[in-house]
Design a protein around this ligand. Structure first.
Ligand code: LLP
Length: 403
C-alpha cells in the first residue's frame, strides 16, 4: 500500500473548506506506523508518537486507534492524550526545564516520565523515593540532526543530564534509591545517519552496569523523512536491523530483557500533511517573479525559521510549463517560502500545495499580524472531515479583557 492523497482530493478539500488549509491523510499515518512495526521485528519495541509535531485530537485518535503510544513534551499534551483516551501506561512525558510540579502531576497521573536535570531528579527522589519508576534523559555529547536549531545531543545543548555528570546522577539515585527504569537519549531531528542511533546504544552500554534497574532504552525520535524530490530519508530497514542487533547484544551482556522505545514525530505525520494556499498577487521585478500567497510565516514557519525545504506544486495547473518563482507570504516582514523555485506556471487565483506539512506546520502557527489560523481537515476512508475550523474575528478577542 502506498497511501497518498490525489490532487483531486486536495482540490476538493480546498473547494469545500477554503484556503489557506491544512489537509491530513489518516491512511498515510497508518502506513508509516506499519512500516515501523515491520522494521523492528523485536515485538517488544514500542513506539510513542511525539505529538508535539501535530496535536489535533482527531489525529491523536487515529494514532491511538492504530495501537501506537504517545510521547508528550508538556503536561498539557499529557492531558490532551488522556482526553483522547490513551491509557496512562501508553503515555510518555519527556520533560525539559519544567517546574517540578509538572513532573509530580505526570507521575500522579501514572504516565511514564523522563527527567532531564539533576535538580528535578533530586526533587523526584525527595517526593517519590523508590516508590515510582522513572526515566532519565542523558545528553551524550553527540552532534546530530538536520541543523543546529534541531540538534539536541551536543555538548552545548540544554537537553538532558550531561554524560560527564554520571557520578552525580548515580549519587542522587543511590541517596533516594530511585528506581531508574529508562535511559533516554534524543539527539535531534532529521537524523539520516543510522550510526547516530548506534552511538546512543554505545552510551547506554557504558551506563547500564551502574543502573541495574534499567529495563528500557529510549532512543528518542528524529528519523529523517524525504522533503526534496529524490531525497532519501533514514534507511528504516537498516535502522531496524542495527537496533535489533544492538538490543540483543546488550540484553545478553547484562542478562536483562531490555526493551527499545522510540519517539517519532516527523516520521509519523510529516508526509501525511499538505498545506494549500491561494496566489493573491503576481509581481515581477527584473528577472524575479513573486507569487504572493494568502498565507505567510504565521501559518508555516519552517522555511524562514530553519531554512527548511518544502516541495511546492501548482495544484490548479500542475501540467503547465515550469517557471521560476519567489514564493512569498502576506506578512509584514520577509516571509519567503522558496527563493527561486521552478513551479508550473502560476496565474493569480491558482492554488499552491506545500508537501511535508503534517509535522510542525499548523502546530507552530500563530496569529501574527492578527491573521486567522487556518482550518485543518482530515481525510479518512476517502472522506474529508473538518478537524479544526479557521479562526474568526471574535477569536482574536477571546482572550483579551474587553475594553
Ligand atoms: N523526542 C524528543 C524528546 C524530542 O524533543 C523530539 C522533537 C522528538 C522526540 C520528535 O522528533 P522528530 O521525530 O519529530 O524529529 N520544529 C522542528 C523540529 C523540532 C523537534 C523538537 N523535538 C522542525 O520543524 O523541524
Amino acid at each position: 500500500m502506498n497511501a497518498s492523497l490525489s490532487y483531486a482530493h486536495l482540490n476538493a478539500a480546498a473547494q469545500t473548506f477554503g484556503t489557506p488549509l491544512y489537509v491530513y491523510h489518516a491512511e498515510k499515518i497508518e502506513q508509516q506506523y506499519q512500516n515501523l512495526l515491520t522494521q523492528f521485528e523485536l515485538t517488544q519495541t514500542r513506539f510513542f508518537y511525539a505529538c508535539k509535531a501535530l496535536t489535533n485530537i482527531h489525529i491523536l485518535k487515529v494514532i491511538k486507534e492504530m495501537g501506537c503510544n504517545i510521547d508528550c513534551s508538556s503536561i498539557n499534551e499529557v492531558k490532551l492524550a488522556l482526553h483522547v483516551g490513551f491509557l496512562p501506561s501508553n503515555i510518555l512525558y519527556t520533560s525539559n526545564s519544567v517546574g517540578f510540579d509538572e513532573i509530580s502531576t505526570a507521575v500522579e497521573l501514572g504516565v511514564h516520565v523522563n527527567i532531564d536535570s539533576l535538580s528535578n531528579l533530586e526533587k523526584f527522589g525527595q517526593q517519590f523515593g523508590a516508590s515510582k519508576a522513572v526515566g532519565v534523559r542523558i545528553r551524550p555529547d553527540v552532534m546530530a540532526g538536520g541543523n543546529l536549531k534541531i540538534s539536541t545531543g551536543h555538548d552545548k545543548s540544554k537537553f538532558g543530564i550531561p554524560v560527564a555528570q554520571m557520578d552525580a546522577l548515580k549519587s542522587i539515585q543511590e541517596k533516594y534509591k530511585i528506581n531508574v527504569r529508562t535511559l533516554h537519549i534524543h539527539t535531534g531531528s532529521e537524523i539520516k545517519d543510522v550510526a547516530v542511533f548506534i552511538k546512543s546504544a554505545e552510551v547506554f552500554d557504558t551506563l547500564l552496569p551502574h543502573f541495574p534497574t534499567v529495563e528500557v532504552l529510549d532512543f528518542g525520535g528524529g528519523f529523517k523523512v524525504p522533503y526534496e524530490p529524490g531525497e532519501q530519508g533514514t534507511d528504516m530497514a537498516l535502522l531496524g536491523a542495527e537496533v535489533n542487533k544492538a538490543m540483543k547484544q546488550l540484553s545478553e551482556k547484562y542478562g536483562r530483557n531490555l526493551i527499545a522505545w522510540f519517539e517519532p514525530g516527523k516520521f509519523m505525520v510529516s508526509e501525511a500533511g499538505f498545506f494549500i494556499a491561494k496566489v493573491n498577487v503576481l509581481k515581477t521585478s527584473g528577472s524575479l517573479t513573486f507569487a504572493g500567497l494568502n498565507t505567510g510565516l504565521n501559518h508555516l514557519i519552517r522555511p524562514m525559521f530553519y531554512d527548511a525545504y518544502h516541495h511546492i506544486d501548482n495544484l490548479t495547473n500542475p501540467d503547465k510549463p515550469l517557471k521560476q518563482y519567489a514564493v512569498v507570504g502576506n506578512i509584514c516582514e520577509t516571509d519567503t517560502f522558496a527563493w527561486d523555485r521552478a513551479i508550473p506556471t502560476i496565474e493569480e487565483g491558482d492554488l499552491l500545495v506545500f508537501y511535508n506539512a503534517g509535522a510542525y506546520g499548523y502546530e507552530m502557527a500563530s496569529n501574527y499580524n492578527a491573521r486567522f489560523k487556518p482550518a485543518q481537515v482530515l481525510y479518512q476512508n476517502g472522506e474529508a472531515k473538518l478537524i479544526s475550523r479557521a479562526d474568526q474575528f471574535e477569536d482574536l478577542l477571546t482572550l483579551q479583557v474587553p475594553l
